[in-house]
Design a protein around this ligand. Structure first.
Ligand code: ADP
Ligand code: MG
Ligand code: MG
Length: 906
């Protein structure tokens, strides 16, 4: 029989940190902290298995659970010397959600379970603090009615206003009536009357009585936590984070400790190191006389934990270090214990009940990319972790964030400061103001960059936060919801900008004596916490000095090479800067698009529309210098490093002239009439150009086009050799499916090569001849292809297109439906389909190596910059990956991590 419940407390636990899948992250770590002898209130974890069984049974708690539950509850009762539901000496518990990986604020927690008229009197007698007891009761009623009675029942609030909001309004009305500004001014008597009003409101609004029976409360809250796994917010968060629905959540039932028992009680959140910068200082926030959720909810500006955590916002508030030095000392000691034990930065929750410290949670803390890099390197120096662990501490995509733009400091000097808040998420962001999550999503769809401006964010805003370029909130601290989420995503974010007055209903923002409206531009500097009016210039991040050092260490472990896809000397230089070891794809067609393409494009059209070899030869001779120049420039920059030139692969339809004036110009130039031009253009139209007269096929029909390119490559190289350089061109034939195409093309290559050597008087030009593998037939015929190709480069864009039969230009109309209906997990053009496209690659690698053991193998599709796909490339033994210049560091790190993962035992 499976065990559903795992107890912890009193220096012992049935579970431990390795059981995250079964106990959820929170439960596993509570058990681990208990084993470490830290002060954890006793409790137990109901496993994720139970959650799945609950859903399987159509939302019913399994029979077996009840018996285990009774046993586990009596264990807590023994530890705490209290009894659940006991009128004289009542035990209260919390019922907390906790999935395998943290989903901050996405699921539900109910505090103070077990409080009811029968237990209230006893608790008042015990604590001598009626205010505290009624405050706890009021919180239970609010949370329970919201979480268990409304959300878990799937009730959609009729007037758009949930029960919790109604109750909050009643609380505010009471304060306004009496002229109170804080909850603590409310008297115990008033609080007690309010609780009764709450219960009447609930009965009237939801049509069900609030349950004043402790056991019913306990069972209700357990079920509700399970149900919250399938709540709207949790589901949408899982989609974004690619968390499988099948994991389920655990429930942690834990005896309550109270941070709201007076001035020697408190609650707080801390990080064992600074999560924004990585600096090794204890970082956190706390609130005196408050209960857990108050800090994270961002309702009050929290106090700083210590001197290191003081900022302009909280300097006036006493730190924990000052207010309770002894407890701070104990917490600091726990910080060290946790870091040494987990060997990573931890995010912790603690509560102080009348001068006694309790630990309520610890988990690996979310951090910015910069912080991840800095702390990983520090920890190696401190002897906490080894180098491979350090390399694994940074997700490749977090590098992106470091290479991304920041607000140009020069531009910032001139700009009008709108407000200063806390720097919660890194980098810079510039966009138009929106006030709601829905607007953010809507504007983003219309292609706009937006800054989401809110008083505070809550888990319901998740999609809007995702859509926004940056987030600005008026309330909340560094551990508020907005800060936590933004940091996890590496998104620019400023929180706690208290000087902002936000009037969401009017869609207005008041700051610095001015009014800003929806659509106005703002610029955020998430590194300093300053928001500026208008659109400021952005600048590339000046590389963290540790960045290069980190990458150099990662490179030691990497076995695959990383090249770049680049076609201009400028891109090539940028890629070199990022550590590219050559070019894996130079597309000759690039010259015919964009800036300065007019002349070469005209000449290309001339080539395409030429009818006789003679006409074509003239046009090709004119085009030649343009092509040679770009090739030479790139070879020169990449001196000593390989450059893969792909022969022209122009989809003809994209280059045929359609404008009258272009046609006229060509007609003059070629000396033929315009009707003839039109006729020739028409003749080139194809029904299915993606599978049309392109790539190698063009060179079979018009060998002179291919020969011109060979000439450009070899002459460019010969000239460089004479200047003492070492060009390493690699010639890549695209869209092949048959080895005879390679034989045909190679003959032309040899012919031109010999001719260039003779004319330039050079002995040899080091070069290689290879092909792209982008048609399934080529992959299957790789043993034959390898007889003539010295290298393969997997063109996974086309290979994916032809394997799936999905046109990559047309997937937009149906890909989302495929993903929504879970027919595909991911867009195969973004993440390599390892099952089928991957099999073709594996077959090709194997067959290619059979014929030519030292064949060079690379990938040059978009997948070459995707970490998951890179791991696959490593696994199947590719020689290199090639990706766009900005992805080069990402690919280097992903390749290093793959190498570490698959290290061969020596
Ligand atoms: P989340 O996963 O959203 O952080 P938690 O389960 O951690 O939710 O609970 C929310 C808040 O309630 C936290 O601040 C936590 O510290 C507090 N809390 C939970 N259980 C207890 C308890 N037994 N005693 C005191 N505070 C608690
Ligand atoms: Mg928590
Ligand atoms: Mg292709």
């Amino acid at each position: 029989m499976t065990q559903y419940i795992y107890s912890f407390g009193g220096g012992k636990a049935e579970g431990n940190a390795s059981q995250k899948n079964l106990l959820g992250g929170k439960g596993a770590n509570l058990a681990e902290m208990a084993i470490l002898g830290l002060p954890v209130p006793a409790g137990f974890t109901i496993s994720t298995d139970c959650c799945n069984d609950y859903f399987r049974a159509g939302g019913k708690l399994p029979e077996q659970l009840y018996c285990e539950l009774d046993k586990a509850m009596s264990k807590i009762e023994q530890f705490m010397g209290k009894k659940f539901g006991d009128p004289k000496n009542p035990l209260l518990v919390s019922s907390r959600s906790g999935a395998r990986s943290s989903m901050p604020g996405m699921m539900e927690t109910v505090l103070n379970v077990g409080l009811c008229p029968a237990t209230i009197a006893g608790l008042i007698k015990q604590t001598g603090n009626p205010w505290f007891v009624y405050d706890a009761y009021r919180r239970l009623i609010m949370m329970y009615s919201d979480v268990v009675m409304e959300k878990a029942e799937g009730l959609e609030p009729k007037d758009g206003m949930g029960i919790r909001l109604h109750l909050e309004m009643m609380l505010n009305d009471l304060k306004n009536d009496r002229g109170y500004s804080t909850d603590t001014e409310i008297t115990a008597e008033e609080m007690s009357v309010l609780c009764d009003k709450f219960k009447r409101k609930i009965a009237q609004h939801l049509g069900v009585e609030f349950p004043d029976d402790p056991r019913e409360q306990l069972l209700g809250s357990i079920g509700a936590v399970f149900k919250s796994w399938n709540g709207k917010r949790a589901v949408s968060y899982r989609r974004i984070e690619h968390i499988p629905d099948t994991w389920g959540t655990a429930v942690n039932v834990q005896s309550m400790v109270f941070g709201n028992m007076g001035e020697n009680s408190a609650t707080g959140v801390a990080f064992t190191r600074d999560p924004s910068t990585g600096v090794n200082t204890f970082y956190g926030e706390w609130l005196p006389n408050a209960q857990g959720e108050d800090v994270v909810a961002g309702i009050r500006t929290p106090n700083p934990l210590n001197n290191d955590t003081k900022s302009d916002h909280n300097r006036h508030l006493p730190s924990l270090e000052e207010a309770m030095p002894q407890i701070y000392g104990e917490l600091a000691r726990i910080r060290t214990i946790l870091e040494h034990h987990y060997k990573d930065m931890q995010d912790i929750e603690f509560t102080i009940e009348q001068g006694t410290l309790y630990m309520l949670q610890c988990r690996v803390g979310k951090r910015t990319g910069t912080a991840a890099l800095n702390m990983a390197m520090d920890m190696v120096e401190e002897g906490l972790i080894d180098e491979p662990t350090m390399v694994n501490r940074l997700h490749p995509n977090q590098l992106d964030e470091m290479l991304h733009p920041i607000v140009d400091p020069e531009a910032a000097k001139e700009a009008k400061v709108l407000v200063q808040g806390l720097p919660a998420g890194p980098g810079g962001a510039c966009g138009q103001i929106v006030f709601t999550s829905d607007d953010a999503v809507y504007w983003k769809r219309k292609g706009k960059s937006v800054i989401l401006v809110r008083d505070e964010t809550n888990p319901e805003d998740i999609e809007g936060m995702r859509a926004a370029k940056g987030i600005l909130t008026a309330r909340g601290g560094m551990t508020s919801h907005a800060a936590l989420v933004a940091r996890g995503w590496g998104k620019c974010c400023i929180v706690g900008a208290g000087a902002l007055k936000i009037k969401s209903n009017l869609k207005e923002l008041h700051a610095g004596g001015k009014i800003y409206r929806e659509g106005d531009f703002l610029t955020l500097n998430g590194t300093t916490g300053i928001a500026y009016e208008g659109k400021l210039k952005m600048k590339d991040a000046t590389a963290n000095p540790k960045f290069r050092q980190f990458m150099a260490i990662a490179d030691k472990y990497r076995t695959m090479k990383v090249r770049t896809n680049a076609e201009t000397p400028k891109d090539a230089a940028q890629a070199l800067e990022f550590g590219a070891e050559g070019i894996g794809l130079f597309r000759t067609e690039h010259m015919f698009y964009g800036a300065d393409s007019e002349k070469p494009l005209f000449l290309l059209r001339k080539v395409i529309l030429s009818k006789t070899p003679h006409e074509r030869e003239i046009a090709l001779n004119e085009l030649y210098p343009f092509i040679k120049k770009e090739m030479q420039g790139t070879l020169e920059i990449m001196d000593g490093k390989p450059v893969t030139f792909r022969l022209l692969d122009p989809p003809l339809h994209e280059f045929v002239p359609h404008l009258r004036e272009n046609q006229e110009e060509l007609s003059r130039e070629l000396g033929i009439d315009i009707e003839e031009i039109e006729k020739r253009s028409k003749a080139l139209e194809e029904t299915n150009p993606m599978m049309g007269h392109r790539g190698v096929r063009l060179g079979i029909t018009f060998p002179e086009i291919t020969k011109m390119q060979f000439k450009a490559i070899f002459e460019a190289s010969a000239e460089l050799i004479k200047l003492g350089k070492s060009p390493l061109p690699e010639i890549m034939v695209p869209v092949t499916c048959n080895e005879k195409e390679l034989i045909f093309t190679k003959r032309l290559c040899v012919e031109v090569y010999e001719d260039v050597l003779k004319r330039h008087g050079v002995d040899s030009i080091a070069h290689q001849f290879g092909t792209m593998i982008e048609i399934p037939r080529a992959a299957l015929m790789s043993h034959k292809m390898a007889e003539h190709a010295e290298f393969f480069s997997f063109g996974t864009n086309d290979l994916t297109q032809m394997t799936f039969g999905f046109s990559r230009d047309d997937i937009g109309s149906f890909m989302n439906d495929y993903i929504d209906n879970a027919i595909l997990d991911a867009d195969p053009f973004a993440t390599l389909d390892q099952e089928a496209v991957g099999s073709l690659i594996e077959i090709s690698v194997k067959k290619g190596r059979e014929t030519r053991p030292d064949i060079k193998l690379g990938i040059c599709g978009e997948h070459g910059g995707d970490p998951q796909s890179i791991e696959f490339c490593h696994k199947v033994g590719l020689t290199y990956v090639s990706c766009s210049p900005y992805r080069v560091p990402v690919a280097r790190l992903a390749a290093a991590q793959a190498a570490i993962k698959y290290i061969k035992p020596s």
